[in-house]
Design a protein around this ligand. Structure first.
Ligand code: KG4
Ligand code: ZN
Length: 324
């Protein structure tokens, strides 16, 4: 079964091709160069960039995979959540492909895909808990099996990655701030500054905006001379908070596995800390770095499982009006 996954929900144009659970190609065009001057993703520019790049990314993904276009059995595309204009580009492209090839298409949830990429080459024991920590979302899921996900908590304000990016901007770092903060933090002392841990610890929702404001006030008062200490202390506070929430989730739900996903979990320090608190509790799954960040393979994997467990494919919504 050859599955192509198409991802354009934010600022990465990603196309991935898998053969059952083997990755044949994974091509991602990032738009960091376009958005970095604005310090955040500009939706209009993102959709235009997807439009001008998607044909080429598709060609490269096919070439790298070694298959012919006609070999594709199944098409998956992210259709929510995300930036509407950006999603539209991927969905239109996927519908056109499905129409041309006369193959089934699945419209896939972006957050489920971030979790599902852990299913590659693994036999997961269910039930499981999932945590997606990305630029646009921070959400807990109770996962019954490969296709049933229930959101059981989410951020009430900023997402975790968004907080990294906004703090990066406060500190004058490049966009997206996450990887730059991780790098700076390696040189800093994480105990130097005590930022407040957000206080709602009993439920599974998150709130990050207070922490972002605390960093802003710190920088206004003391400046950013000790940028490495600020980054290390901020990063530690974020992980302390994530770890407390993860512990709460394990008290509420009896599970066998814990699946992580999303761009923020590519951070090595965060991975280490989370693995540490989970090591005697459940089996932990974290995708490799390029599969944590937005990509098409994760969409292909989710679609593969929807098909495998008999979920009917979505209708191809492109209708061709015959010309006279
Ligand atoms: O999952 P993703 O690629 O896109 C969304 O679905 O949002 O995540 C992007 C987010 C950005 O906010 C970025 O700053 C963050 O992931 N990120 C990181 C790291 N690498 C990427 N955050 C912290 N540490 C990193 N090393
Ligand atoms: Zn994402």
């Amino acid at each position: 079964m050859i599955v192509i996954g198409i991802e354009t929900s934010c600022d990465e144009t990603g196309i991935g091709i898998i053969s059952d659970k083997k990755i044949l190609s994974n091509v991602v065009a990032s738009q960091e160069d376009i958005h970095s001057v604005y310090g955040g993703v500009v939706p209009e520019l993102a959709s235009r960039a997807h439009l001008s790049r998607i044909d080429n990314i598709f060609k490269i993904a096919i070439e790298k995979s070694g298959i012919k276009i006609e070999d594709i059995d199944l098409i998956g595309v992210t259709n929510h959540p995300g930036l509407k204009g950006s999603l539209l580009v991927g969905v239109s492209f996927a519908c056109g492909l499905a129409y041309k090839l006369k193959k089934p298409i699945y419209f896939v949830n972006h957050l489920y895909s971030h979790i599902a990429v852990n299913f590659l080459n693994e036999n997961i024991e269910f039930p499981a808990l999932g945590l997606v920590i990305s630029g646009g979302h921070t959400s807990f899921f109770y996962i019954e099996n490969y296709i049933n996900f229930k959101e059981i908590g989410k951020t009430l304000d900023d997402a975790c990655g968004e907080t990294f990016d906004k703090v990066g901007r406060i500190l004058g770092l490049s966009f997206p701030g996450g990887p730059y903060i991780e790098k700076e933090a390696e040189k800093g002392d994480e105990k130097k500054i005590r930022f407040p841990v957000p206080s709602n610890l009993k439920d599974l929702n998150f709130s990050f905006s207070g922490l972002k404001t605390a960093v802003l006030y710190y920088v206004k008062k003391y400046g950013k001379e000790n940028i490495s200490d600020i980054c290390a202390s901020f990063q530690k506070t974020i992980v302390d908070y994530l770890c407390m929430k993860i512990k709460t989730s394990l008290k509420k739900y009896n599970v066998k596995s814990f699946l992580l996903g999303g761009g923020v979990i590519s951070n090595q320090y965060i991975q280490r800390r989370i693995r540490e608190i989970l090591k005697d509790e459940v089996k932990v799954y974290i995708p490799e770095k390029n599969l944590c960040l937005d990509n098409g393979v994760m969409v292909a994997v989710m679609s593969y499982y929807l098909n495998k467990y008999g979920i009917p494919a979505d209708e191809n919504r492109i209708k061709v009006i015959p010309t006279k």
